[in-house]
Design a protein around this ligand. Structure first.
Ligand SMILES: Cc1cc2nc3c(=O)[nH]c(=O)nc-3n(C[C@H](O)[C@H](O)[C@H](O)COP(=O)(O)OP(=O)(O)OC[C@H]3O[C@@H](n4cnc5c(N)ncnc54)[C@H](O)[C@@H]3O)c2cc1C
Length: 470
């Protein structure tokens, strides 16, 4: 089309590298990249329309990470003589106004498989006087390259993985295109978390990593994990760790805000396999990225059913309402140290290991029998790497209402001794238990009452003997 203008509506795709929507939009004669902070995504919401449980959709850590990521993208565009237009407002009206102002022919966007994100797309599509062009850019495998239609994908991971491993390839990451000039529009001010109504959260130096938002920090971390520390070499052995920056890649916050493309990660693993080593660990990082893909495609297949109490398996389980036990779980005061240490790490840093997430989720859903969606909503607030499909998909899985018909309940005491044999992790987050022998630090109720009186730690919220698998 001659002399045309494109708007690029950026969402969780805050990068220049391997960005299919950017590549397509950059074919226009003028390009307006836009990011809209939607006030409805910040502040408190009633869970599922219920007044009994209010939660923040985006907590302080993810809000800070996101504002940093938007600032970084703006700065990378400015380095190329371009800019990012930033607005705070309802995306529908904001994009309709901007598209009108620049007389746009098309608005390009990366689509997402989850219901809220799709609903916003539909509203914008109806409001803008230009065509909305949807792209897909956040998974390793493109849906068009899958062995079958998304609606026919298997609901369990292993057949999905085997099928994509043997019948699908990963596309090469797209290069950053030459960027056409930007129409003259006020670029707007970047909001701060405070101006979005979100309380700042202090940095805790016990955190595994200082997660800084943006493509620049994302590429640095990728470089660090593969090339500088060579940690990928041992990922398969270390991935169940709980302490330290390199037991796992820690790429999830950048992948989920779109600062990093999974195809870029895959291409970097290819290079690492050629230049350093190809082993089970390099295979396993891709294996985990395929788990991420799996949940994205599962949400594309099942949609909103994932958010129901019985999940995609439509199980009839009489989940308990929140109440005091849920509050104790949220605060990390259940009296079960391995659960509490993980919940305190989450509260203090916004990040939690995969092992930790599985255990605290299982404790809430399988031991306390509390509605797993309340736990998932709490994670939605707190996690710096929250993604709707990865979060609700994993929660449903652990709660036994998702993509596996087997019992996924964890024996949290067995797990504590197995993965934290010296109680180093537990005492890092529960200093009140420091100095106890590991056995007692994991099960303080086994100490005589006189000894327990020496430290302030709650009695367990459930009878400890019920925590053991028979
Ligand atoms: C209850 C629960 C909730 C979770 N919520 C989220 C969430 O909101 N966002 C999120 O990204 N992950 C979530 N996970 C999955 C997993 O815990 C994190 O992806 C992982 O801990 C992130 O750390 P990492 O980047 O170092 O992972 P690594 O071990 O280095 O793995 C590399 C990448 O693979 C992907 N990945 C690994 N495991 C999974 C998995 N089980 N499901 C989906 N993707 C995976 C992630 O993108 C991760 O960055 C959840 C897991 C559980 C059990």
């Amino acid at each position: 089309m001659a002399d045309d203008t494109a708007v690029l509506w950026l969402r969780r795709d805050l990068r220049l590298h391997d960005n299919p929507a950017l590549v397509a939009a950059a074919e226009a004669d003028r390009l307006l990249p836009v990011y809209v902070f939607d006030p409805a995504r910040y502040g408190t919401s009633a869970f599922g329309g219920r007044d009994s449980f209010e939660y923040e959709k985006t907590g302080g850590r993810r809000t800070a990470f996101r504002t940093e990521a938007v600032a970084d993208l703006r700065s990378r565009l400015r380095d190329r003589g371009r800019d990012l237009v930033v607005r705070v407002g309802d995306p529908t009206e904001t994009l309709a106004d901007l598209a009108r102002e620049v007389d746009a022919d098309a608005v390009h966007v990366h689509t997402r498989p989850t219901p809220e994100e799709k609903a916003v797309e539909r509203r914008v599509e109806a409001a803008v006087d230009a065509s909305l062009v949807r792209h897909w850019g956040h998974t390793l495998h493109h849906p068009d390259d899958l062995p079958c239609a998304v609606s026919e994908l298997d609901d369990t991971y292993t057949p999905f993985r085997k099928a994509v491993e043997s019948e699908s390839t990963v596309r090469a990451p797209a290069a950053v295109p030459t960027l056409p000039p930007r129409p003259a529009v006020d670029p707007g001010e970047l909001p701060t978390p405070a101006s979005l109504g979100v309380e700042a959260t202090p940095i805790d130096d016990r955190g595994v990593l200082d997660f800084e938002g943006g493509e620049t920090a994302a590429l640095d971390r990728l470089d660090d994990y593969l090339w500088e520390t060579d940690a990928l070499r041992e990922y398969k052995e270390t991935r169940n760790g709980l302490l330290g920056r390199d037991y796992s890649s820690k790429l999830s916050p950048w992948l989920n805000e779109g600062c990093l493309s999974p195809r870029r990660v895959s291409a970097e693993i290819d290079a690492y396999e050629t230049r350093r080593v190809e082993n089970e660990s390099t295979y396993w990082l891709r294996f985990e990225l395929r788990w991420r893909d799996f949940f994205q495609f599962q949400f594309a297949k099942h949609g909103g059913t994932f958010f129901t109490p019985g999940g995609i398996r439509r199980r009839d389980i009489d989940w308990q309402e929140g109440g005091e036990a849920f509050e104790r779980w949220r605060r990390g005061e259940t009296g079960v140290p391995f659960v509490d240490a993980n919940m305190r790490e989450l509260a203090a840093t916004g990040y939690l290991s995969n092992r930790g997430r599985q255990n605290v989720a299982s404790f809430l859903a399988n031991d306390l029998r509390i509605d797993w969606r309340l736990g998932a909503a709490h994670f939605e607030t707190e996690l710096v790497d929250y993604d709707p499909a990865s979060n609700y998909g994993n929660w449903a899985y652990v709660a036994g209402v998702g993509n596996d018909s087997r019992d996924r309940s964890f024996d949290v005491l067995w797990q504590a001794h197995r993965y934290d044999p010296d109680a180093e992790y537990v005492t890092r987050w529960l200093p009140e238990l420091d100095g106890l022998p590991p056995e007692a630090a994991h099960e303080p109720w086994t100490l005589p009452e006189s000894e327990r009186a020496a430290f302030a730690y709650p009695e367990p919220v459930v009878a400890p003997e019920t925590l053991r698998d028979e």
